[in-house]
Design a protein around this ligand. Structure first.
Ligand code: PMP
Length: 406
């Protein structure tokens, strides 16, 4: 567990907290960036800027080496078997869209197809499957959840059939922070020969990821939620499956040979990475990864759990409080409502105290509709948050409630 002093030192690495009045509890939307990440990006543009995979000059070689080093480090971080199983995209959303595009190309039109998602998916892990299902006349099935947002695994076992081609599910839900029971779900899916995509957007900087142990077929996440820059996404896919994928975009950097009549495409990972990548973003992502490895995901998880427990405890005493994050298998997210108060109103009042929380439906409208609520207030913690901040938040909330009630 981190000591108070350690957290203070870590916090100093984030320039945004020079603003002493800021309390940032919106880490599930995006995390803040440490100096290491910002400096690496600046250094790259100041001293080494060049394109990758093209030039023989030393700058081009350096950029290419860094890009591949980042790929190798991501491979280690999630324990992928091969480095070419790591594909750079511009975000988790693009990663999911890439998989949906390629899968739709592989599906035979005469196949009877089923795709399964859960009721509490982020729109990024819902709409691509909805569109694919409409285009391919597929059946989009939905695993129900209970009033606390937990998956109904019994129902999942009834939904899956031999026609199920893919199950796409979040590792940790962005609404309530629940860690879904993936292992048994993946085992069941594979018995039916279905592929499994895990949306790791809310898991990657909070729990240890081992894709080989999970045995998922795809795992996707964004760098900006793990202390890295925006505009970088990671797509992990098992090599034997990605090998079958057609190119998603076409252009430079993904070919073996081109004539006016025909193109022979490169192998993995380049086949799926057309055009100049976000090199600075990939270098920044590598630094974010170093940051996470250095402070250890295991220690971060324990610390965030402590913050979460403290916050749940202190908030539970408030009259009219309804905490949705009740599951015992939580990460860093606390979602709540207070009776008869709209989340936007409270969010705005908290903002007057310099507190950044997320309010609304969190890009997950179906689960909000199911719970018959028009949103929640979501606190999401990161390594630099403190118990003192939660105390200030609590006092500001009480003052805000006083204002709302008069
Ligand atoms: N899935 C989940 C669970 C998320 O929380 C988010 C981001 N809020 C996304 C997907 C999409 O991530 P991005 O916008 O970085 O592509």
């Amino acid at each position: 567990m981190f000591s108070y002093e350690e957290i203070k030192t870590i916090r100093k690495q984030f320039p945004i907290f020079k603003n002493k009045n800021l309390i940032y509890f919106d880490n599930a939307a995006t995390s803040q960036k440490p100096f290491q990440v910002i400096n690496a990006i600046t250094k790259y543009y100041c001293n080494f800027n060049s394109n990758v995979n093209r030039s023989v000059h030393f700058l081009g070689q350096l950029s290419t080496n860094w890009l591949e080093l980042s790929r190798n480090n991501i491979q280690d971080f999630i324990n992928a078997k091969y480095s070419e199983e790591i594909i750079f995209t511009n975000g988790a959303t693009e990663s999911i869209n890439l998989i949906a595009f390629c899968i739709s190309k592989l599906l035979k039109t005469y196949d009877e197809i089923e795709i399964i998602i859960s009721h509490s998916e982020h729109h990024s892990n819902l709409i691509p499957w909805q569109v694919l299902s409409q285009n391919k006349n597929a059946n989009l099935k939905v695993i129900p959840v209970n009033s606390e947002g937990e998956l109904n695994i019994r129902m999942f076992k009834k939904l899956i059939t031999k026609k199920t081609k893919l199950i796409s599910i979040s590792h940790v839900t962005n609404t309530f922070g629940i860690i879904n029971p993936l292992k048994s779900l993946i085992q069941t899916a594979h018995k039916y020969n279905s592929l499994v995509l895990i949306d790791g957007s809310q898991a990657i900087s909070h729990i240890t990821i081992d894709v080989q142990n999970l045995d998922c077929d795809f795992y996707v996440f964004s760098s900006h939620k793990m202390y890295g820059p925006s505009g970088i996404g990671i797509l992990y896919g098992k090599k034997k499956i990605l090998d079958k994928f057609p190119p998603y975009k076409c252009g430079g950097g993904m070919i073996e040979k081109v004539t006016l009549k025909k193109t022979i495409f490169s192998g993995l990972p380049f086949k799926l990475e057309a055009g100049t990548p976000n090199i600075a973003g990939i270098i920044g992502t590598n630094k974010a990864l170093n940051f996470l490895v250095n402070y250890s995901i295991r220690k971060i998880k324990t610390y965030e759990k402590k913050l979460l427990k403290y916050a749940i405890n202190i908030l539970s005493n408030i009259k009219g409080m309804n905490i949705y994050s009740k599951n015992s298998n939580l990460t860093n997210i606390l979602s709540f409502n207070i009776e008869n108060i709209h989340s936007f109103d409270l969010g705005k009042l908290l903002n007057n105290h310099g507190i950044a929380v997320r309010t609304g439906k969190h890009c997950a409208q179906p689960i909000m509709d199911y719970l018959k609520i028009n949103g929640t207030i979501r606190l999401s913690f990161a390594i630099y948050n403190t118990i003192e901040e939660i105390d200030i938040f609590y006092n500001s909330l009480i003052k805000s409630l006083f204002l709302v009630n008069i």
